[in-house]
Design a protein around this ligand. Structure first.
Ligand code: IVH
Length: 671
């Protein structure tokens, strides 16, 4: 066997094992043998680079290089489906199809509606050539490199399985519940924001700049729609997908051909329960007329096909007993009431706590301790109490009274006029507020001190080592170790990474201070406008308000922060510790006010700089990059192939379109 033949043989064999493992869930060799085979292929490919192939199974580990996504047009637009919520709507759909087909017999294919992000894959000669997100339906982002990291998507189809020369297949990219929970657990540990649901997690992952992240996060994909010029005109949806399964795709589970409305309704009832045992999130059922000929006959409305419809499941709801209301105090001092209930199974997890948001919600629900309450879990992970079964209320039950003092420090709570939340005003003495501020300070988007997490912060605080953010900078290895010498190595790491954080740029220091209402974006705006901490500290209300994006509430909060002696004392110590208290020379050098007060939308593909670079350039020159066109948009920076929807909107609203060359000229001219 020549090396080339050996490489091809190994690839085919590894592809088959990938398929067995990720599509069929039925591995036939041990992980060890799989790894051995993979290493052998890696070695051969290293030795014979002339046989490299982006679709090789070795390419699924990913890289750390940053990529940006090209916007590309869809060959066939990606439409969405009309939604329905009840049986009557389904009967209407059925009747519309019947009359549209003038009495001809028809079959409806019923299948799961997956709750992820839609993707369109193109295969040419059995090889994956392109993967594009839905985008606006007309154009999407080319995410091919990332999609190659999804193990259940075949990079190369089974030889001789009869696939057409060229076709597209569409489906949903999902993060399975297990991967989702593991990812959130890991993020919680690192003090990072959690993903609210698997769909957001899948979306964030698929748009990740680094393919390695995608490779690590265990995404999955189910395919549900085959299209292309070579798909036989007289074929049917169900049979086409069964064929696609034979080529190597993971297709929608539990597809069923139905002849009557009753069969459809039975299918829905069955899966409304059974879906809880699926490894991925589903939010409904999709019904499609099976015959492609009949689909063509029925055609499309402006937005969606007439031959298909989505039925959305009702959010899952259970009834359980409310035992107690407890209260959580956050970093800002906001007090959140939490319902503690008898444990109940809801959407695949056991629920015993649910957020009640604020005092108004409790009052509106007229909650009593002992009430039987309805808890619902929509697309989010935090369940909520949506109602009370009043028929089960008895006269001895006591209404829930919102607390008047802080459960953590006993300080009387305050409620600001016009705000729903109650606050504990003891920001310098209330433990969760202190710890919360420290956790915010060390978080990734702030000072990024990644050797610390919520547990270590809690530990140091309990041991009296830290009382505020400035204390971090005087921590020593000896302090951290205490009597436990075994901790020296990790303690050194902590001290080193705290020290390293003194180089974090000024704009992130502003964010890290945790000034109320000053998020990441506002912090950036403030840093650019005032350039030094001194200037920011001494800014007047009017000066603050003159910064585009800073309103009354934010401005007042900043003033309050810098008028508080305790903040000033902490700032002084942070300054002594060597934190960046002004914009770096580098940032300053490139900074102008040419675009001050202007909102710019970026659209299309560029040749001179990437989209991200243009975003930075706009900000460096005092402008703001915004996502969508409105009457407040100053102009659209348009590259090639600007989306037709955006173009039309810009024209309609009379927003100026500025080309790449013109934009760069504008900056160099200084106007
Ligand atoms: S078919 C022209 N089938 O739901 C028909 N869509 O609003 C194309 N979806 O954008 C879609 N599961 O992202 C189809 N089994 C399924 C689906 C499904 C989920 C998503 C898809 C689409 C949206 C429809």
């Amino acid at each position: 066997m020549t090396p080339q033949e050996e490489i091809l043989r190994l690839r085919r064999e590894l592809e088959q094992h990938n398929y067995n493992y990720y599509v069929l869930n039925h591995p036939t060799i041990s992980d060890y043998d799989f790894d051995q085979m993979m290493h052998k292929l890696q070695d051969l490919e290293l030795f014979y680079p002339q046989y490299a192939d982006p679709n090789s199974p070795t390419q699924r580990v990913g890289s750390d290089l940053n990529q940006s996504f090209r916007s590309v047009p869809h060959k066939y637009p990606m439409l969405s489906l009309a939604n329905t919520y009840n049986e009557a709507d389904i009967r209407d759909f059925y009747e519309r199809v019947r009359s549209g087909l003038e009495g001809e017999e028809f079959e409806i294919c019923a299948e799961m509606k997956y709750d992820g992000l839609s993707i369109s894959l193109t295969y040419v000669d059995g090889q994956l050539t392109q993967a594009v997100t839905r985008g606006d339906g007309v154009r999407g982002d080319d995410v091919t490199a990332n999609v190659r990291m999804i193990r259940s998507i075949p990079l190369r189809l089974k030889e001789g399985s009869g696939y057409p020369h060229e076709f597209e297949i569409r489906g949903e990219v999902l993060m399975p519940w297990t991967s989702f929970e593991a990812l959130n657990a890991q993020r919680a540990k690192a003090g990072e924001d959690l993903f609210a649901n698997p769909r957001n997690a899948a979306s964030g992952t698929l748009k990740s700049q680094k393919t390695r992240i995608v490779a690590e996060r265990g995404l999955d994909a189910y395919l549900y729609y085959l299209l292309g010029d070579e798909i036989p005109a007289d074929s049917s949806h169900y049979e086409n997908l069964q064929m696609a399964a034979g080529w190597g795709f993971k297709i929608s589970q539990g597809m069923k051909k139905c002849k009557t409305v009753q069969e459809v309704l039975d299918f829905i009832d069955y899966w409304d329960v059974e879906r809880k045992n699926l490894p991925v999130a589903t939010d409904g059922i999709v019904l499609k007329v099976n015959s492609l000929r009949q689909q063509r006959h029925l055609g499309y409305t402006a937005k969606s096909p007439r031959w298909a419809i989505a039925y959305k499941f009702k959010a899952e709801r259970e009834c359980t007993r409310l035992n107690e209301v407890t209260y959580q105090v956050g970093r800002t001092g906001a007090v959140t009431p939490v319902a503690n209930m008898d444990p109940v199974q809801l959407a695949g997890t056991v629920v015993k706590r649910a957020s009640l948001h604020n005092a108004d919600v409790i009052r509106q629900l007229d909650l009593h301790i002992g009430d039987m309450v309805y808890v619902e879990k929509g697309g989010e992970i935090i369940p909520k109490v949506v109602g009370v079964d009043l028929s089960q209320r008895t006269t001895d039950m006591q209404p829930v009274r919102f607390i008047t003092t802080c459960p953590e420090c006993g300080t009387p709570l305050i409620r600001v006029e016009g705000e729903a939340a109650h606050y504990c005003p003891n920001d310098s003495g209330c433990p969760p507020q202190i710890k919360g501020r420290i956790e915010h300070f060390i978080s990734r988007k702030a000072m990024n001190i990644d050797s610390l997490g919520p547990e270590t912060v809690d530990d140091y605080w309990q041991r009296g080592l830290i009382h505020d953010i400035a204390d971090l900078y005087t921590l020593t290895v000896a302090d951290i170790c205490g009597s436990n010498r075994g901790r020296i190595k990790s303690a050194q790491k902590v001290v080193d990474s705290i020290k390293a954080s003194t180089q974090v740029p000024f704009e992130r220091v502003v964010f890290a201070l945790g000034i109320r209402f000053v998020g990441e974006t506002t912090a950036k705006l403030l840093a650019r406008a005032f350039k030094t901490m001194d200037a920011l500290e001494n800014a007047t209300l009017d000066q603050l308000l003159s910064v585009d994006g800073v309103g009354q509430v934010i401005a007042e909060s900043i003033i309050r922060f810098f008028h508080d002696e305790r903040s000033l004392a902490i700032l002084k110590r942070l300054r002594q510790a060597g934190l960046q208290m002004s914009l770096s020379e580098e940032t300053l050098a490139g900074q102008t006010n040419i675009l001050a007060g202007q909102s710019v939308v970026i659209s299309g593909v560029f040749t001179q700089h990437s989209r991200d670079e243009y975003k930075a350039i706009i900000e460096q020159n005092g402008g703001k990059n915004v996502g969508s066109i409105s009457k407040n948009t100053s102009f659209v920076l348009a590259g090639e192939n600007m989306g037709p929807a955006k173009l039309e909107k810009a024209q309609k609203m009379g927003v100026r379109i500025v080309g790449e060359a013109e934009f760069l000229q504008m900056l160099s001219d200084g106007n």
